[in-house]
Design a protein around this ligand. Structure first.
Ligand SMILES: [Zn+2]
Ligand SMILES: [Zn+2]
Length: 425
C-alpha cells in the first residue's frame, strides 16, 4: 500500500454522524465532513519520513533537556540551579507524591509512550516482513489515541514563563541550556502530533475498513454506525469493531448522565480549589499562603497585567466556563432551542480544546517549588488547593470527552436537520 494514500468506501463523521463518500485521497490532501466541516482525514506528504524525523528528534531533545541545568535562580548573592530531574526530586522529596506523579506523567511518561508508539508504527509500516503481529500495531495505535489529549508539554512551557514573571520582583531567573532543548522537545512533539492521523494509521495497518455502503445522510438513519476509536464503519447491529476490537455504539451509552456526574464532581472540587491556598511562600521567616485569586490580584498589583490575565482566564474563567458550557450542551441534547446546531458544535469544540490550558497554575506551583528552596530565607511550597484544582481540570476534560456531540444533531432544529438530509437529494 502506498505511504501517501487513503481510500475508504464510506467514512462516518465522529461529530455529526454524517456518512461521507470520500474520493481516494493523495498526499497533501485533507477531507472535511461535508455536513459539519470537521476534519475527517489528513494525508500528509512524506508522512512516515517526517514523523520519524520529528519523533526521533523530539526524543533526542528530551534527553538533552534532562542532562543540563533547566533554570537558574539568584537573589542576594545566593545562586541555585535546577535540572528537570531536580524538579521531580524536590517534589517527591518534600512528600508531594501526587504532584510529582502529575509532572512525571504530563512531561515524560505520556509523551514517551506516545512517541515510542508512533515511531514503532511508522517503522513497522516500512518493514512489514519483520512484523507478523498486527496486534502489536493495534496496541501501539491504541496508546497513541489514548495519550494524545493528555500531552501537556506546551502548557508546562507557558507555566515556566509565568513562573519567571511571578518571581521577577524577588529574584533573577535565567534559562539554562536544557530550557532551550525543552523548547525543541515541545515544538517537535507538537509537530509529530499534527502529522498523526488516526484514520490514516488504521488504514495503513489494515487497509479499507468498511464493508458496508451508504449514502450521504445520517448513519443511524441508514442502519450504520462508526467505531469511535478507529473510525471504521459497521452495520448498527455490530457490537465490536472487527478492526480495532473496541465495543461500538451508535451513540455513546449514558453520555449525558456521565457528563453531568463529572461536571457535578468538578463543581464540588472547584470550591476547595478556590478557597484553600494553592501556594505558600515563606520569605524571611514569615509564611504567606495565597489562593488562585490572591495570586492574580498580587500579579495585577505588581503591574504584570498580561500574566495576571492569563492566570485569571486559565485558572478561574476557563474551568467555570467549561462547566457552564457543557451543562448547557447537555440541556440542549434534551431540550434544544432555536439556535443553529453548528454554533453549539463550535462551543463544544472550544471547550474540548481549551480544557488542558487550565493546568498552567499547577505547573507554575511545581516549578516554583523545585526552584525556590532556601529554608526560612525564601521557599515556596504547594498549598492544599493544588490537588483539588488538578481534579477540577481532569474531571472537566473527562466530561468533555464523554459528551457525545451527535446527540445535538439528533435534536437539531428543522433548519439544521434538513441540512443533514440534503446530501440525499
Ligand atoms: Zn460531520
Ligand atoms: Zn474500531
Amino acid at each position: 500500500m502506498s505511504d501517501s494514500q487513503f481510500h475508504e468506501t464510506i467514512t462516518i463523521c465522529d461529530e455529526c454522524d454524517f456518512v461521507n463518500c470520500i474520493p481516494p485521497l493523495e498526499a497533501g490532501e485533507r477531507y472535511r465532513c461535508q455536513h459539519c466541516d470537521h476534519v475527517l482525514v489528513s494525508v500528509h506528504k512524506h508522512v512516515s519520513a517526517r514523523i520519524m524525523g520529528a519523533g526521533l528528534s523530539s526524543l533526542l531533545m528530551l534527553a538533552l533537556a534532562m542532562s543540563f541545568p533547566f533554570l537558574a535562580f539568584s537573589t542576594n548573592g545566593i545562586k541555585h540551579s535546577v535540572t528537570l530531574f531536580n524538579t521531580l526530586e524536590v517534589l517527591l522529596g518534600q512528600g508531594y507524591l501526587i504532584l510529582g506523579a502529575i509532572i512525571s506523567l504530563a512531561l515524560f511518561v505520556f509523551p514517551i509512550i506516545y512517541l515510542v508508539s508512533v515511531l514503532f508504527l511508522v517503522w513497522s509500516f516500512r518493514h512489514p516482513q519483520q512484523l507478523t503481529l498486527r496486534t502489536i500495531q493495534g496496541y501501539s495505535l491504541h496508546w497513541v489515541t489514548v495519550m494524545q489529549p493528555w500531552l501537556m508539554v506546551d502548557v508546562f512551557l507557558v507555566g515556566v514563563l509565568v513562573a519567571l514573571v511571578k518571581m521577577n520582583s524577588l529574584a533573577d531567573i535565567s534559562f539554562g541550556l536544557s530550557f532551550w532543548a525543552f523548547c525543541g522537545y515541545v515544538i517537535l512533539l507538537l509537530k509529530t502530533v499534527v502529522l498523526v492521523d488516526k484514520r490514516w494509521f488504521w488504514h495503513q495497518i489494515s487497509g479499507q475498513a468498511a464493508n458496508v455502503t451508504g449514502t450521504e445522510a445520517t448513519a443511524k438513519g441508514q442502519g450504520l454506525l462508526a467505531c469511535h476509536f478507529c473510525g471504521a464503519s459497521h452495520t448498527i447491529d455490530t457490537t465490536h469493531c472487527n478492526r480495532c476490537g473496541h465495543s461500538v455504539y451508535s451513540r455513546r451509552p449514558r453520555s449525558i448522565s456521565t457528563t453531568v456526574a463529572l461536571l457535578v464532581a468538578s463543581l464540588v472540587m472547584y470550591i476547595p480549589a478556590n478557597v484553600f491556598p494553592i501556594m505558600q511562600t515563606t520569605f524571611l521567616g514569615s509564611t504567606d499562603p495565597s489562593t488562585i485569586m490572591g495570586g492574580v490580584l498580587l500579579l495585577w498589583s505588581l503591574g504584570s497585567y498580561p500574566v495576571a490575565l492569563i492566570i485569571l482566564i486559565a485558572s478561574v474563567v476557563i474551568p467555570l466556563a467549561k462547566v457552564l458550557a457543557l451543562s448547557w450542551l447537555c440541556w440542549q441534547a434534551y431540550f434544544p432551542d432555536d439556535k443553529q446546531t453548528e454554533q453549539k458544535i463550535k462551543l463544544y469544540r472550544i471547550t474540548e480544546f481549551v480544557g488542558r490550558w487550565s493546568m498552567i497554575d499547577v505547573f507554575v506551583v511545581a516549578i516554583l517549588t523545585s526552584l525556590v528552596q532556601m529554608g526560612n530565607f525564601m521557599s515556596i511550597l504547594p498549598g492544599p488547593a493544588v490537588l483539588s484544582f488538578t481534579a477540577v481540570i481532569v474531571l472537566t476534560m473527562l466530561a468533555a470527552m464523554t459528551f457525545d456531540p451527535r446527540l445535538l444533531w439528533d435534536k437539531a432544529p428543522e433548519s439544521s436537520a434538513s441540512a443533514l438530509e440534503r446530501g440525499t437529494e
